[in-house]
Design a protein around this ligand. Structure first.
Ligand code: URA
Length: 431
């Protein structure tokens, strides 16, 4: 078999067999198929899609491209939440310690930033000393001791996804249902989870811009998970404005600490609560209302915050700098309201791109991240604003990055005279 022929077949709109898909996955991992051919294959899938059977086969090939993680010696429920990607989306870092403090094991393999969206692994790496690359033995040891462990895509678990993911990030092939579904579920099927809750984002800052494609993506992933014997639900959530008030890496860790400390009860708190409650419900902790109250309790009694600090320390992380206020770059720019009224739009994609332009994300695979770059949003959609009031503060360690980031940010904002009806961020549940 030749990669050329498989790429050509997909380019011309034909259905690929399991053998052909597996050939691409194996060739990517062994290095026999080079980045330029993998990129061409991904673009062919982007344009021509995959049938349900191809998506399932591709997912299984990715899941089988490396080792499987067996949670040996863990007897409790193992659960995971995975998002399709958004801006300011740091819910994993809130949900995981809450679950662990309630006795559910949150053992997670997360991704890096993709396109204009942030990634949990990059956020964790902004904590001094935090190790995202652990062997599966070390990963298991930490999970057993404290109930949470979060790592990046290691060489041994779903290595094919690591390769596809970083190429998709820089070849405009992210927003494809079969590529997202196989990336997420390929990783999920290497793990030993009993319960999976998917956060499928929709809106301008999501890869699925409209509700109907978000629903399609959710259904494909839920079906793959059910087929593999998992208890799985997808919540479709709104990503038309960033989640929470902080966008960046260290900045987002700071907001996680504030939410876990009970100091902030914003949309980030609400979405984290709904996703946690869904996991607890599927794990048999009670009905959804009761599970929501459990979330509130773990925040109020301080246990979730303690659990977060404990897990970060187990992974070598030192939160001292962030806790002492060193979570944003020294150079900053305040964006002021040009008129009075109500903030009716804060386009999540544009805010995400602005943050990336400040240095918080990558343009090329090899780019280094400025962990202290990002944005604090002082106003969110629905808020009243006065002319000259601060809408946001942009941070970067590199002064020369401000002008394009400011330009992008200004395009994200719309102020009008009339107040907007604020809708719930939870749009739908796909069971
Ligand atoms: N998260 C993933 O793991 N993969 C994607 O393709 C998108 C979001």
């Amino acid at each position: 078999m030749r990669a050329y022929d498989v790429i050509k077949k997909k380019r011309d709109g034909f259905e690929l067999s399991f053998e052909e898909l597996n050939f691409i996955v194996k060739g990517a991992v062994s290095g026999e198929i080079k980045d330029y051919q993998i990129s061409a294959f991904l673009m062919a899938v982007y344009f021509n899609g995959m049938t349900e059977r191809e998506t399932l086969d591709f997912t299984l090939a990715i899941a089988n491209s490396g080792e499987k993680f067996i949670a040996k010696g863990i007897t409790g429920v193992k659960a995971d939440k995975h998002s399709t990607g958004g801006v300011g989306d740091k819910t994993s870092l809130i949900i995981s310690p809450v679950l662990a403090s309630l006795g559910v094991f949150a053992i997670k393999m997360s991704g890096r930033g993709l396109g204009h969206t942030g990634g949990t692994v990059d956020k964790l790496e902004s904590i001094k000393g935090y190790k995202v690359e652990l062997s599966t033995d070390e990963f298991l040891k930490i999970a057993k001791k404290c109930g949470v462990s979060i790592i990046g895509q290691t060489g041994d678990l779903a290595p094919a996804d690591k390769i596809f993911y970083s190429l998709r990030d820089v070849t405009a092939t992210i927003d494809s249902i079969p590529l997202i579904a196989s990336s997420i579920m390929g990783k999920k099927l290497t793990a030993d989870d009993d319960v999976i809750v998917l956060d499928v984002k929709t809106g301008n800052g999501a890869f699925m811009k409209d509700l109907s494609s978000a629903e399609d993506l959710a259904k494909v992933m839920v079906n793959i998970g059910k087929g593999a014997g998992k208890k799985i639900t997808a919540l479709i959530t709104d990503m038309n404005e960033p989640l929470g008030n902080y966008v960046g890496n260290a900045l987002e860790i700071k907001e996680v600490l504030d939410v876990l400390a009970g100091k902030v009860k914003n949309d980030l708190y609400d979405v984290s609560k709904m996703l946690t409650a869904e996991i607890l419900y599927l794990s048999g902790y009670g009905d959804r209302e009761f599970c929501k109250a459990l979330f509130d309790k773990e925040i109020e009694n301080g246990k979730a915050l303690c659990k977060f600090k404990e897990f970060v320390a187990y992974q070598g992380g030192d939160l001292t700098e962030i806790l002492s206020g060193n979570y944003c770059a020294s150079k900053s720019f305040d964006v002021l309201a040009s008129e009075s009224g109500f903030l009716i739009e804060l386009n999540a994609e544009k805010v995400g791109i602005s943050s990336l332009l400040l240095g918080a994300g990558r343009n090329k695979k090899e780019d280094k991240i400025d962990y202290l770059a990002g944005i604090i949003l002082h106003k969110k959609v629905g808020d009243k604003v006065e002319k000259g009031e601060k809408l946001a503060t942009l941070y970067s360690s590199n002064e020369s990055l401000f002008s394009s980031a400011i330009k992008e940010f200004l395009q994200a904002v719309k102020i009008l005279g009339d107040k907007l009806q604020i809708k719930s961020k939870i749009i739908k549940t796909i069971e």
